[in-house]
Design a protein. Structure first.
Length: 277
């Protein structure tokens, strides 16, 4: 199997990224704030409190100083405030951690950049979509500067090449399907602890050649890295739901009503303007 050479600095950079991630996680655990009916504390679910595992990413949940932000975090917070729903947010990075906790009952629901697919819906209950997104190729603009290469469709240039994805990312299935559709191999790489955000940064700095991530995440970081090319779609638009345990039918049904109501408000429009446009 062909694998892409990893530069010597890669292990060091990965280590630094994971350390930063751990510090962010620790800071979040040490922070307890209350706003309306929202409690950002860290304990096992119980009673009427909803335990929400939420992905740490520029799109979903970020923490700076003593304040948290992120599109889906702010949507969930607003819905919970409107309906007096006590929520416990558990920031996470590896998707497997969240899915494992959902299976075990440590969490009631997971908020992450995961599209609605049959594979996911077979395992978890899904809410209606919160927004639409798609998967895109992230690479440096100069990696396809060769005049011959630019005449080849971008997706074709993935054949017999290596693409990085976050571990357990739905992009894995899409790349496998793409490889089958085009009749050649796309080599898929991932590394424990590397999130989509990390992969965008590694692609921007040239530590990896290319990665596939959700477009919303890529757009949130593209302004910081002007050499990034995020113009190549790898999938069509995909619904982005929230995931719940199979026994949380009542909560899922309530959330669907509340999501539909909230999407008609000026507050939702302001959040989409802030994060999605």
């Amino acid at each position: 199997m062909k694998t892409e050479p990893i530069k010597g600095k890669m292990p060091i950079l990965v280590g630094l990224l994971i350390i930063v991630l751990a510090l962010m996680w620790f800071a979040g655990r040490c922070s307890i704030s209350h706003k309306g009916s929202i409690a950002e504390v860290y304990s096992r679910p119980g009673g009427d409190t909803v335990a929400v595992a939420i992905e740490m990413s520029p799109m979903t949940y970020t923490f700076s100083g003593d304040s948290a932000a992120g599109f889906e975090y702010e949507v969930m917070k607003a819905i919970a405030r409107r309906h007096n729903l006590p929520v416990v947010f558990h920031p996470f990075a590896p998707l497997e951690y969240a899915f494992d906790g959902l299976h075990k009952g440590d969490f009631d629901m997971v908020i992450a950049s995961v599209p609605s697919t049959k594979k996911i819906s077979d395992v978890f209950l899904l809410t209606d979509d919160i927004y639409l997104d798609r998967q895109v190729l992230v690479t440096r603009k100069d990696t396809t500067a060769d005049s011959t290469a630019t005449k080849i469709p971008a997706q074709m240039r993935l054949l017999d090449d290596t693409v990085w994805v976050a571990e357990a990312s739905p992009a894995i299935s899409r790349l496998r399907n793409l490889s089958h559709e085009m009749g050649d191999t796309i080599y898929i790489e991932s590394k424990p602890g590397l999130t989509s955000e990390h992969l965008v940064i590694l692609a921007a700095t040239g530590e990896i050649k290319q990665a596939v991530v959700n477009e919303a995440v890529a757009r949130r970081l593209a302004d910081q890295y002007p050499d990034l090319d995020i113009s190549t779609p790898i999938s069509l638009n995909q619904f982005q739901p929230w995931m719940l345990n199979k026994d949380k039918t009542a909560l899922r049904d309530s959330l669907n009503v509340w999501i539909a109501e909230f999407k008609q408000t000026p507050e939702y429009e302001a959040l989409t303007n802030k994060y999605l446009r």
